[in-house]
Design a protein around this ligand. Structure first.
Ligand code: FE2
Length: 368
């Protein structure tokens, strides 16, 4: 690392990149009890009040401390490591979140965690969340199979997301169901609730309480791995799937929920943001014939890949297992079962990413 100060400009060279540090940018980060509240870490003044003619008078680097003197007489010391994190766009955005590991059916060892009483502040929760962010899912073993224990567990990470379906749902066959999930038929790979606003629930938990039937296997597909495959092998399909905006709708007697989005959504950097796939509730607009021809061909390819054994994990949840998975990245489903063979009972609920992201950042302070 090299810090140069010339003509009121501070430049830092680090890892073959060069950064310019603006005097006001540095000033609004100036550490000290008079500037930042000790408890909340919130700024105690309005940063737009900083004099825009502010200049750096002197700058020195010793160990990892950057010492600055401004032209109004104020001096300060900055932890260079903190500034470097802010300068590294990638690190700054992801924080302690690990890089994704895309997978297909050849994934050997499933990411697993052992349930522990009161684990939400322990290293075991940190490891669980790291695995979750890498693989998009984790199986938590040996959770007590009590009714609604799931809510207690999930609330220890962050507040369970409440919806018009309630705080949780039971997945078991039941008479006169309002959703195909409640019949013992196979459920093809899908993501849940793309019709919700502002977006589909981020994380789903399914807690297996009973599983006495010979069928009823759970399936998972890494939607981002499938997207990556299409990007490499069929750029035209990738273009269509990432740019065609679809409408999703749910309705029952009490409510109509509706939202829009691409089947594969990218963020501003072209990175994967979210997949949506719920083919019983999606509607493509009446685009030009040529565009629709391409879209329908692309959707067919997507559907085939989502159902292909190359990409699918198929496994049986045991009583006491919680499957936690990213509903913006993974597709889930299950094989059919015969409800006359015995009970199959899962309880499910949702959680949003601010809970897991916030919990992981918090635990990283202790365990990273
Ligand atoms: Fe589902």
């Amino acid at each position: 690392m090299d810090v140069q100060f010339q003509n009121n400009a501070l430049s830092v060279n680090y890892h073959n990149k060069s950064y310019q540090l603006h005097p006001v940018w540095l000033r609004e980060r100036l550490p000290g009890e008079e500037y930042f509240d000790v408890d909340t870490h919130q700024r105690l003044y309005e940063p737009s009040s900083i004099d825009l003619n502010l200049e750096i008078k002197a700058a020195t680097l010793s160990d990892h401390l950057l010492n600055i003197e401004f032209n109004d007489g104020v001096k300060g010391s900055y932890n260079m490591d903190d500034l470097l994190i802010e300068m590294d766009d990638e690190k700054n955005k992801r924080g302690p979140l690990p890089k994704r590991v895309l997978w297909n059916s050849s994934l050997g060892q499933f990411p697993e965690a052992q349930f522990e009483e009161g684990m939400s502040e322990k290293k075991s929760m940190y490891d669980l969340l790291i695995n979750f962010y890498k693989y998009g899912f984790v199986i938590i073993k040996n959770v007590p199979t009590e009714d609604k224990y799931l809510l207690k567990f999930v609330n220890s990470i962050g507040p369970v997301k409440n919806t018009n379906f309630g705080e949780y749902f039971d997945v078991m066959s039941k008479p006169n169901p309002n959703d195909l999930a409640y019949k013992p038929i196979a459920l093809p790979p899908h993501t849940d609730n793309p019709y919700r606003k502002p977006t589909a629930p981020g994380i789903q938990f399914l807690h297996c309480l009973q599983n006495e039937v010979s069928g009823g296997f759970s399936t998972l597909v890494d939607g981002f791995a499938v997207a990556e495959h299409i990007k490499k092998h069929d750029p035209e399909a990738f273009q269509s799937l990432t740019s065609t905006n679809l409408r999703y709708q749910f309705q029952d007697k009490d409510i109509i929920l509706e939202n829009w989005g691409e089947l594969i959504e990218l963020d501003n950097d072209g990175d994967y943001k979210q997949v949506r796939y719920s083919t019983r509730v999606d509607y493509v607009p009446p685009l030009d014939t040529e565009k629709l021809n391409t879209f329908y061909r692309s959707r067919k390819l997507l559907s085939e890949l989502y159902s292909a054994s190359d990409f699918e994990l198929k496994f049986k949840l045991q009583p006491g297992d919680i499957m936690m998975f990213d509903n913006h990245r993974l597709l889930h489903g299950r094989t059919a079962y015969d409800s006359n063979e015995g009970m199959r009972h899962l309880q499910g609920c949702y959680l949003e990413f601010d809970a897991t992201d916030g919990k992981l950042r918090h635990l990283a302070r202790k365990f990273k």
